[in-house]
Design a protein around this ligand. Structure first.
Ligand SMILES: Nc1nc2c(ncn2[C@@H]2O[C@H](COP(=O)(O)OP(=O)(O)OP(=O)(O)O)[C@@H](O)[C@H]2O)c(=O)[nH]1
Ligand SMILES: Nc1nc2c(ncn2[C@@H]2O[C@H](COP(=O)(O)OP(=O)(O)OP(=O)(O)O)[C@@H](O)[C@H]2O)c(=O)[nH]1
Ligand SMILES: [Mg+2]
Ligand SMILES: [Mg+2]
Lengths: 276, 291
């Protein structure tokens, strides 16, 4: 895709395949190709650099969130982290906790996964590593832990509360009911909370990611995506489809298993990596 | 909504008398779309569609009085064949028989290790679980908790970072646990992490497992071929386990993984509880992928 050559049907197919292989999905890929067709007449000579630039601009625009997101002004600032099993919630919380601790904030982590083997032990290690406190209870009801944690955070004037939840499939009705209960309990203690609900999406996820985002949003409004495991070879393009269809932007990306492996999402560098 | 589309396509195909090349091309486009939306890798889709199209345009179909029906049959059969044709069992030779589980981060290896242990004990075997994830916070604890839930022993060496050493010690000690099958859980790793891929290579070389299972998440998208392909090159895979099949992911990754590794999918995980492990059925999977 270099030099000045005619833009052929074959080339458009190759571009479509690149988009599909990034998990952007058939519908959105077709829409992007349609945009390309409207702006670059078929079989006419064109500088490929302009085609690539056009594509990059189209895609990064789709992933840009509107400015003016005032955040962090509430105290405590409550972040609820949700997502399908194994997508990286607990690890991402460790990274977020460290990010806030470094900025001088007093952070409390809430062990809201009261089900999975060693879930609390895992979060406890992240709380040690990040310098955040940990609220855990012997309770089996996550709402009970959340309730106590938020009461305590309010009383003690903590800055940030990050709530870990158990992995769940959106197809598990009882677990989605549990999630609904968690967010209602949050509101009972702090009516304006959660101030940020983050959905973890594994970068290797295919088209099911869109269904996940849609279903989770129906139970608790999702503000942002945390796109994890982008250090692999998967492009995480389903995040583009999620933003396009549900207006939920990516805010953070996970680039590894260590505490520093988190970055604020930048659409331009993300799209650049897409075409490499 | 998509499954309606394919039903529509198949209905139109069956309802037709004679089929033109255009009819067939149109149908193939819709099947292609369905497979892509089901997360089958686009290269695998291309090969699949070409093969089906070739058969569809063949004289046998064109001579038939129900060519549409023939094509639908071809699509189903082709898909089932590509998924392995029939169920496949674990081949547990050796005493103790050794099973090694590998895969990307979060795919369900630790949970699957425990599920396998439970299932094998139900079949009259004596399992020993080995904690060879020495990196993830509380990974050893996780496996120990699961072992305790099942009353199945777990071999672990806190503080030892040499997984080959740990696994070999477990095998040596297996008699002490009266174990005749040793199930080795490993850390999640990226196929592009050279050091970690060396680790699994070394594990396989040292342990010579009867089964080396690639544990993959059913919701994996196009990248499935990259990870599976690289793992298959690094170690000899004897089987695949597809987890989280209790979700509604169509599971096209199954086709991609099978196609690129040539390895049979032996089991599926259908829930978080330790009894949620089932034998993989290619015909059921074909239906699910086609929606
Ligand atoms: N390579 C890589 N691995 C990651 C990343 N984020 C998380 N992981 C790994 O993914 C695996 C699962 O992470 P967890 O944090 O336990 O995921 P979870 O969503 O809390 O899992 P459940 O609570 O069981 O649903 C672990 O092995 C993590 O180290 C990332 O950005 N890159
Ligand atoms: N619903 C469902 N959840 C599953 C299944 N298999 C595993 N899980 C869940 O997926 C999450 C990850 O499982 P693990 O067994 O920790 O995955 P892992 O591959 O060992 O993860 P790492 O060691 O970090 O690479 C946990 O929340 C499990 O309970 C399954 O078949 N169905
Ligand atoms: Mg977790
Ligand atoms: Mg594990």
């Amino acid at each position: 895709f270099t030099g000045s050559v005619p833009l052929t049907e074959q080339m458009l197919e190759e571009i479509e395949e690149t988009l599909i292989s990034a998990d952007i999905g058939v519908d959105l890929s077709l829409e992007i190709i349609e945009n390309l067709r409207k702006n670059f007449p078929l079989n006419q000579v064109v500088d490929m650099a302009t085609v690539v630039a056009f594509l990059r601009a189209d895609l990064s625009q789709r992933m840009t969130s509107k400015p003016g997101e005032a955040e962090g002004h509430e105290k405590p600032y409550v972040i609820l982290v949700v997502g399908v099993n194994g997508t990286g919630k607990t690890t991402s919380i460790g990274k977020l906790a460290h990010h806030y601790s470094k900025a001088g904030k007093k952070v409390l982590l809430v062990a809201g996964d009261t089900f999975r083997a060693a879930a609390i032990e895992q979060l406890a290690i992240w709380s040690e590593r990040s310098g955040a406190e940990l609220m855990q209870k012997e309770a089996t009801d996550p709402s009970a832990v959340v309730f106590d944690a938020l009461q305590s955070a309010k009383q003690r004037g903590l800055d940030v509360v990050i709530i870990d939840t158990a992995g769940r499939l959106h197809t598990q009705k009882n677990l989605m009911v549990e999630l609904d209960k968690i967010q209602r309990v949050i509101k009972k203690v702090i009516p304006s909370a959660p101030h940020e609900t983050v959905l973890t999406i594994d970068a290797t996820t295919g088209q099911n990611g869109l269904i996940q985002a849609r279903q989770f949003s129906q139970v608790t409004p999702v503000d942002h995506l945390f796109l994890t495991k982008l250090d692999g070879t998967a492009k995480g393009g389903i995040a583009i489809a999620i933003h396009h269809n549900l207006d939920i932007p990516v805010k953070y990306i996970g680039l590894g298993e260590q505490i520093e492996d988190i970055q604020n999402f930048d659409p331009v560098s993300y799209v650049e990596a897409l075409f490499q | 909504q998509l499954s309606q589309n394919l039903e529509h396509v198949f209905k139109r195909l069956r309802g037709h008398g004679k089929l033109s090349e255009d009819n067939i091309s149109e149908a193939m486009r819709e099947v292609r779309r369905a497979l892509l939306e089901a997360d089958v890798n686009y290269k695998v889709v291309r090969t699949f569609i070409n093969s089906v199209k070739e058969q569809a345009l063949g004289s046998e179909v064109l001579r038939s009085i129900t060519p549409g029906q023939q094509i639908v049959g071809i699509i189903h059969k082709e898909l089932i064949d590509l998924l392995g044709g029939s169920t496949a069992e674990l081949e547990l030779s050796g005493n103790p028989a050794i099973i090694l589980l590998v895969g990307l981060q979060g795919s369900g290896k630790t949970t699957t290790s425990a599920k396998l242990a439970r299932s094998l004990r139900k079949q009259g075997r004596q399992p020993l679980l080995v904690a060879c994830d020495v990196y993830r916070p509380a990974a050893i604890t996780q496996l120990q908790v699961l072992g305790k839930q099942l009353d199945i022993p777990v071999y672990a060496e806190e503080g030892n970072r040499d997984v080959v050493q740990i696994a070999q010690a477990a095998i040596r000690e297996s008699a002490r646990y009266a174990a005749n099958v040793v199930i080795v859980d490993t850390a999640g790793r990226l196929h592009i992490d050279a050091d970690m891929m060396d680790e699994v290579k070394n594990l396989q070389k040292a342990l010579k497992p009867a089964e080396t299972l690639f544990v993959a998440d059913a919701m994996t998208g196009q990248d499935a071929v990259n990870a599976a392909g690289t793992f298959a090159e690094a170690v000899t895979l004897s089987g695949v386990v597809l987890t989280k099949m209790d979700g509604d992911a169509r599971g096209g990754a199954a086709l991609s993984v099978r196609e690129v590794t040539g390895t049979p999918i032996k089991y599926i995980g259908v829930g978080e509880h330790l009894d949620k492990l089932e034998i993989f059925h290619p015909d059921r999977m074909a239906g699910r992928i086609l929606g």
